[in-house]
Design a protein around this ligand. Sequence first.
Ligand code: ATP
Ligand code: MG
Length: 561
Amino acid sequence: MSKKKLRRSGAKIMASLILLLGSLSYIMLLAVLNGSLGFVAAMGVTVFGALGVAKALGESIALSYGLIIGLAVGCGLLRGGLRYIEQYSNHYIAFRLLAVLRDKIFGALRILCPAKLESKQKGSIIAMITSDIETLEVFYAHTISPICIAVIVSVAVLLFVGFVSSPYLALVALVGYITIGIVVPLISSGRLKESGVKYRAEFASFNAYFLDSIKGIKDIVLNNAGEERKAEVNRRSDELLKETKRMKHRTTRASSFTELSVSLFILITLAVGILLVHYKMLSVGFMIVGVVAVFSSFGPVIAVSALPGNLTQTFASGDRVLNLLSEQPAVRPIQNGKKFDYENLEVKNLTFGYEKDVPVLQNICLNAKKGEIVGIVGESGCGKSTLLKLLLRFWQKDSGKIEYNGIDIDEVDSDNLLANVTMVSQTTYLFDETIEENLRIAKPDATQEEIENACRLASVHEFIMTLPGGYKTEVGALGDNLSAGEKQRIGLARAFLSGAELILLDEPTSNVDSINEGIILKALKEQKRKKSIILVSHRESTMAIADRIYKIKDGIITEAK
Ligand SMILES: Nc1ncnc2c1ncn2[C@@H]1O[C@H](COP(=O)(O)OP(=O)(O)OP(=O)(O)O)[C@@H](O)[C@H]1O
Ligand SMILES: [Mg+2]
């Protein structure tokens, strides 16, 4: 993560985030309403107290002492109940939101998959799923409502003080609210915003580096690069600490500035109150009521003033999440597209490059039909895996045609495509579940018999039976102990189990010995009667089973056998 600027303005981020809220906004409204009433009720306790004092000083107040005390106590009780509802709705929103946001992010990742995720830093996605979402939860549950509450309560107090006590006192309070709630935060927010964004960037970059180092620990040890890595981790950690300190320092300075302003405005209110009494523009009793009301009303604006520290982080998080949500996928899934039952594949003049004007494949022509094994050879990096990914529409082709039963791939329903075509890639990922569950992702309702048959075909059944729990063995319990060849054969078993009629194999035998290679090849030969198999391999012994072989060189394909 570089220290890049936000793409959107704060206001835009806030507006977009609120739009994301959807129907939860009604509950938010309830929380704001309760919060405002709660604050007013809390102030009611002191204000009714002041009214009592004013009455004792001889002001004509149309309420009896009993009623005043009753109202003060009532306000106190009401405050409790309202606070409860406010907290309840805020927490409800918070938890619902975490779920809604995670759902949206996973939805976005699902569409970006797999093309865009090849290049995205995994660390920053993990940071997004964990800390960014938490930050946004804070925004919704503890940022928007304080701002609304501050506005509502302040207006209520201004009206009350203006009409019951004195418009001058109300004016002082108004200037106070604007200073504390808007001017002070604006002055400090520039710097806070900057350090907030920096801090988040530093945090994400540290996470990504650390995660990367843990993933690559084997290669670090092998290359004896531990000391350098450690030094770099320390350096980045120091950097992060420095940034944290800087941010805390600025936050503290901003909050002491706020406290100072509050004290200042309390003094000014008192001074104005005394002057008003001195010039006989206000009675002592109503001066006390007005001044007490203003004193007790700064809470909500102080809460707003304390926000910028959070807000800057929120904006950075919000910006990142919104960026992800608006990121255009390399390929859009096709829903309700055309369906087919695989019979043949015809690739015509296919051209593709990951970047514009740098074609990896040019004018590729190739065909395959049921009952044959098609081989693809070529030097490392010539685009063999790329071609297989294009056949699955993991990337969008630049030009040419990829036709299944005569239907171009860009018109085929995405789910239908994956039901017909599957791939065993160069590395098979095993989830931290049992072997059986790992196989079952290819066909969730597979019977035990189907699973075992697929494993026999892939020459991995015998091996699984030697594991302590057989098919029920947890992959996690084996640690990293499955060999590359064993993983590869489990990947192959998945492909057989899936029932796909076109199987793309990217180096299926690169990690297995010649005995197992023989078994796998025999299985492929048996399978080919009902299916098409496209096979990428360097091994001549593997290529021997291909009916036809294509060779890719400098992006151009030629049929070789
Ligand atoms: N996601 C990507 N973004 C940009 N370039 C990529 C991406 N994936 C692969 N490439 C590049 O495209 C070219 C073809 O890569 P590809 O993986 O298809 O080669 P390959 O023939 O399968 O090689 P190997 O035999 O080593 O597996 C390479 O130059 C590679 O660096
Ligand atoms: Mg490859």
